[in-house]
Design a protein around this ligand. Structure first.
Ligand code: GDD
Ligand code: MG
Length: 347
């Protein structure tokens, strides 16, 4: 079985974090989200992946190459202009001649993919869409389904008064290759607005799978920060890390002064230097090659790689992008901070 990741979106809502990197490459606990998602596939025996790229495709190409480094085969299909989610799927048609998986690449979830595929077969579906329950369906694709769990209507980003169900498209699909011929080629197509409704009209069977226990779209800074807090609270399990007893992870080559107060859960990457009397945590995620000066405080925050937090600075519920320097004594609360840009978050 093969899988396709849609990775070409602009990541506008995640700015300024996506000023320099594409959205799927934002780090989750120190590792790009897309890398985590791709590696998860190996656990269910999938080792061939197609990446449909557009915005900052070079960055993704450079990181993954042909996949050898990850023990996988990775193919890159690049769009010169964004083709939309449906157009992107159509554009990769030649890679798929058997049942395959499709992922939006800004999703963090612990969905059981093996179970999803088995369910798809059991329902004899042409497409299966994983759905999840959310409080604010207006931001997503709302799906109505019948008593046998087959989709009956789709409404993408409906106005609040048009919301008819709390179940939304979770951005994970199982496709039979025969449906690809129903997607028009050579133009922009939305799988959500155009392809799914058309498939229904033509009598294809679209099953909905309701088995997601944890699910979040990390597409805004608020959600991105929330995802980290959820991992640290043990609500979402990611491989290799377990924070259920407020653990403290320290990467190799880190030097932490004996007077530093660390209150778990905390994640510290490689080659991190933390000086006297700094306070780290709870809920601090510090990337690689970060320098934290004397008496600095980092609480409820995510710090990317190659950051300097000067002495006495204070970061609370803040995200700091790579290569930033937080000046001595500066305090940031609920801020998304990148070199050339920063803004308050709505949390
Ligand atoms: N290759 C390519 N080309 N990829 C694209 C393009 C494109 O033109 N446009 C978007 N993508 C990718 C994005 O990178 C992302 O991984 C995925 O397609 C979905 O795009 P988003 O921009 O994140 O969509 P959304 O979050 O507004 O809505 C989608 O996801 C929701 C779940 O998070 C829809 O599928 C909703 O129905 C769904 O509920
Ligand atoms: Mg999204």
């Amino acid at each position: 079985m093969k899988a396709l990741f849609l990775v070409g979106g602009m990541g506008t809502r995640l700015r300024p974090l996506t000023n320099k990197i594409p959205k799927p490459m934002v780090p989750i606990m120190g590792k790009p989200l897309l890398e985590r998602s791709i590696l998860n596939l190996k656990n269910i025996g999938i080792n061939e992946v197609v990446l449909s790229t557009c915005y900052r495709a070079q960055h993704i190409q450079k990181h993954f190459g042909d996949g050898q480094r990850f023990g996988m085969r990775i193919y890159h299909v690049r769009e010169d202009i964004p083709l939309g989610t449906g157009g992107a799927i159509k554009n990769t048609e030649k890679y798929f001649d058997d049942t395959f998986l499709i992922f939006n690449s800004d999703i963090l979830s612990d969905i059981n993919l093996k179970e999803l595929v088995e369910y798809h077969k059991k329902k004899a579906a042409d497409v299966t869409i994983a759905v999840t329950q959310v409080d604010n369906p207006s931001m997503y694709g709302v799906i109505e389904y019948d008593e046998n769990d087959y989709a009956v209507s789709f409404r993408e980003k409906p106005q609040p008064e048009e919301v008819t169900s709390n179940f939304v498209n979770a951005g994970v699909y199982v496709f039979e290759p025969k449906v690809l011929k129903e997607i028009p080629g050579g133009r922009v197509v939305s799988v959500e607005r155009e392809v799914f409704p058309k498939l229904l009209e033509k009598g294809y069977k679209i099953a909905v799978y309701k088995g997601c226990s944890y699910w979040i779209d990390i597409g805004t800074p608020e959600k991105y920060l929330q995802a980290h807090m959820d991992i640290m609270a043990g609500k979402c399990r990611i491989s290799g890390l377990d924070f259920s007893d407020k653990g403290v992870y320290r990467g190799p080559g880190s030097s932490i002064h004996g007077s530093v107060k660390i209150q778990g859960p905390v994640y510290i990457g490689a080659n991190v230097k933390i000086e006297e009397n700094a306070i780290i945590g709870p809920n601090a995620i510090i990337g690689n090659n970060v320098h934290v000066g004397q008496g600095a405080k980092i609480i409820g925050s995510v710090i990317w790689d190659d950051v300097v937090v000067e002495s006495g600075a204070k970061l609370v519920n803040t995200i700091v992008a790579s290569n930033c320097r937080i000046k001595q004594g500066c305090e940031h609360y609920r801020t998304v901070y990148a070199e050339e840009d920063s803004r308050l978050m709505a949390i």
